[in-house]
Design a protein around this ligand. Structure first.
Ligand code: NAD
Length: 489
């Protein structure tokens, strides 16, 4: 048995003991996980500094704060989320007990990406534990220091049989994908997303795919361009542009392009000084392969700001590209680096057409004072999430579903959405063995008369309080008796 097979078999066996199910056990595990983030903050931020040159504060702000907040939310809400959820009934089922019972799916595989390695790996893990599953955690091998720390720390804090960590690259992930899971939660690029889905299809395993793509950013000429550019600069260059929801490119009218460039340059200087290379808050490209990929994207475009780079340090300065054509290299795939292309459009209509001609993005940004502009952008396009007059912050709102649509992914998570995504929502109807007369209308022989009654009983949905239900039950009992006596027998 390979290491991967062993981990999955152990997780399945542990799941079968039933110990992941009691709410107290789930909460205990989540509290232990919470402790990991207070005890081991330094180890976590040292590793992430080595991987991505994130500062200690940046590590907390962008990685662990959100995870800690998510754990607190889940601990306080789990009882409510896991409880049976009563639903509406029709007349036919009025006297039955009907509800949705969330139940664990079984063994979940979580495959993480490298750009926010804690956030994108641990956040789904929280949902999976909360939902009562066993989980095999596969951190990205690309953020190698973090993967190692995760592999060392998780077993010290949470049940190592129920939640094993498997490290490794493509061969190890492929080996995992040969195993049978009850759900696969993948974060990464769309090409590998298809590989995951194909492997999952062999066992009819459901998948959540948290992918990326080119998230557009439209700046209306009638807006506070200075504030808009400050927020866009933050959204773009955080983590050196390696953010799945970073604004990928700007669409604006040619008349404001120069102003946009000046304002972005000003914000770059404010955030990262005149020399971002020596600034503790400016990141690095994860590795040389990605460095070369990003540098090649600049080749046929005009640099308006930045452009400096150092391959030995995986450094690319915050860069703005002007008058970029839709055919340019930088517009052919997700940039995932610190390049900000500006493309000209004649106005909102053309911006909407431009966006709709391409794959549905993970995020869509619109900056405008005019609510009608925001409304039209919302009504006439589609994307995973939509944000007006800011960037990235929707990720931190755990009452919003986070996820893509079409090429940017399927399924969603955060807060209760994670819990639901990684649960089976089981429909339950508990009937008593009395009141058989009411059922006669659905038993053969079928007649027009019975059908008339069935139409009434099935099509009428009821949403009554306790008193109403009692009153209706009495009426139903009388009706049933009359039906029984006069029509059906
Ligand atoms: P990556 O290289 O870390 O790959 C992700 C995972 O897939 C890793 O664990 C890796 O081991 C595995 N993998 C890679 N190739 C594989 C293969 N051929 N078969 C099986 N497994 C394989 O990360 P990446 O793909 O470079 O991540 C960047 C992408 O992820 C971007 O497109 C970004 O937008 C997206 N992303 C999305 C979100 C989101 O929440 N939607 C978050 C972060 C990143």
């Amino acid at each position: 048995m390979s290491r991967e097979q062993q981990a999955v078999a152990r997780a399945r066996k542990a799941f079968e003991t039933g110990r992941s199910k009691p709410l107290e056990y789930r909460i205990l595990q989540l509290k232990n996980l919470q402790r990991l983030f207070t005890d081991k903050q330094k180890l976590i931020s040292d590793a992430i500094k080595k991987d991505l040159h994130k500062s200690t504060e940046g590590c907390q702000l962008y990685e662990t704060l959100g995870v800690e907040g998510e754990i607190s939310l889940v601990i306080s809400k789990l009882k409510e989320w896991a409880a049976p959820r009563p639903v509406k009934k029709n007349l036919m089922t009025l006297s039955d007990t009907i509800y949705i019972q969330p139940e664990p799916l079984g063994v979940v595989l979580i495959i993480g990406a490298w750009n926010y390695p804690w956030a994108v790996t641990i956040q789904p893990l929280i949902g999976a534990i909360a939902a009562g599953n066993a989980v095999v955690v596969k951190p990205s091998e690309v953020s190698a220091h973090t993967a190692k720390v995760m592999e060392e720390l998780l077993p010290l804090y949470i049940d190592k049989e129920l939640y094993p960590v498997v490290t490794g690259g493509v061969p190890e992930t492929q080996e995992l994908l040969h195993q049978r899971f009850d759900h696969i939660f993948y974060t990464g690029n769309s090409v590998v997303g298809k590989v995951i889905m194909e492997a999952a299809a062999k066992n009819l395993t459901p998948v959540t795919l948290e992918l990326g793509g080119k998230s557009p950013c439209y700046i209306d000429k009638n807006c506070d361009i200075s504030t808009a550019c400050r927020r866009i600069t933050w959204g773009k260059y955080t983590n050196c542009g390696q953010t799945c929801i970073a604004p990928d490119y700007i669409l604006c009218e040619p008349s404001i392009q120069d102003r946009v460039i000046e304002e972005v340059k000003k914000s770059i200087k404010d955030f990262y000084t005149d020399n971002p290379k020596t600034c503790a808050d400016y990141g690095r490209i994860i590795n040389q392969r990605h460095f070369k990929r990003i540098m090649a994207m600049m080749e046929d475009s005009t640099v308006a700001a930045g452009g400096e780079n150092d391959e030995s340090d995986c450094y690319i300065a915050p860069t703005v590209l002007r008058d970029v054509k839709p055919e340019a290299k930088v517009m052919q795939e997700e940039i995932f680096g610190p390049l900000l292309p500006i493309l000209s459009v004649s106005g909102l209509d053309e911006a909407i057409k431009f966006i709709n001609k391409r794959e549905k993005p993970l995020a869509l940004y619109v900056f405008s004072h005019d609510n009608k502009v925001i409304q039209r952008m919302k009504d006439e396009t589609s994307s995973g999430g939509l944000l007006a007059n800011d960037c990235l912050v929707h990720f931190s709102v755990n009452s919003l579903p986070f996820g893509g649509v079409g090429n940017s992914g399927m399924g969603c998570y955060h807060g209760k959405f994670s819990f639901d995504q990684l649960s089976h929502l089981r429909g339950c109807l508990i009937k008593k063995l009395n009141m058989e007369g009411v059922n006669s209308m659905r038993y053969p022989p079928h007649t027009a008369q019975k059908l008339r009654w069935a139409r009434l009983f099935i099509l009428k949905s009821v949403d009554l309080g306790w008193m109403g239900r009692m009153a209706l039950l009495s009426i139903m009992a009388v009706v049933a008796a009359v039906v029984l006596q006069n029509y059906l027998f």
